[in-house]
Ligand binder design. Structure first.
Ligand code: ADP
Ligand code: MG
Length: 233
């Protein structure tokens, strides 16, 4: 079986006026389906750039990204959008919910965009609201929700299309410790059910929960460490 994710020879260079920022340098990375990976490293080390590439929100200048064995760097924007919609769920630090839509409408959005019929949509949203403890918040707008509730809406939205992987960029960055723990637990439950989980964090305590830890520095992958499973795990 091919790796879920395979990056080879990836370079990402941002042009800023006359100067260049080398955000990712000769990156080689392979991630198998079902892994739980934490991406750590100081601010500016390329963590978000890496996640955006993995999520097809950005393109490398050089190199190949294979997703489920297929080179996705050469797909048309429409084909990439389709892969994104069907295979990838995003969770961001600042939630990225649509302010004027209710919790239920935010969760339904990926299905609306994918053209799933209203009855099916309503059924799945109802289940997701239940699953994430949001049943009594269905018609609240984001500004009427707590941070933890907003992130739960975001996770429900990210998973409503049953993606192969969840990409989370500092998902607990705007939450207090206890709420952050709860959000991590929800993401980890998804991983236990087989969803590949890639979490960017600069919190080493949170990062240590992942089986595999990547350390980024100056756009380079400095360490790639997999913790052996305990025998009873
Ligand atoms: P991290 O998420 O680890 O804090 P980023 O991936 O956001 O780091 O950024 C890596 C480097 O690339 C930084 O120097 C940042 O300023 C630069 N960078 C990121 N995105 C852009 C962009 N769109 N345009 C120009 N420079 C960028
Ligand atoms: Mg970042």
């Amino acid at each position: 079986m091919p790796a879920l994710i395979e990056l080879s020879g990836i370079e990402r260079i941002f042009q800023l006026g006359d100067s260049e920022v080398h955000a990712l340098r000769h990156l080689e990375l392979s991630i198998a389906a079902g892994e739980y990976v934490a991406v750590m490293g100081p601010s500016g080390s390329g963590k978000s750039t890496l996640l955006n590439l993995l999520g097809l929100l950005d393109h490398p200048n050089i190199g190949i990204y294979r997703l489920e064995g297929r080179d996705v760097t050469t797909l048309s924007p429409e084909e990439q959008a389709r892969v994104r919609s069907e295979r990838i769920g995003f969770v961001f630090q600042s939630f990225h919910l649509v302010p004027r839509l209710t919790a239920a409408e935010n969760i339904a959005l990926p299905m609306t965009l994918a053209g799933i019929e209203p009855a099916q949509r309503a059924k799945r949203v109802e289940q997701a609201l239940k699953d994430y403890g949001l049943a009594d918040r269905a018609s609240h707008r984001p500004d009427q929700l707590s941070g933890g509730q907003r992130q739960r809406v975001a996770i429900a939205r990210a998973t409503i299309m049953q993606p192969a992987m969840i990409l989370a960029d500092e998902p607990t960055g705007n939450l207090d410790r206890a709420t952050g723990e709860e959000v991590m637990r929800l993401l980890e439950e998804l991983n236990q059910r087989g969803v590949t989980l890639i979490v960017v964090t600069h919190d080493t305590t949170l990062g240590a929960r992942a089986r595999r830890q990547l350390l980024m520095e100056d756009g380079e992958l400095r360490h790639d460490r997999t913790i052996k499973k305990k025998s009873n795990a």
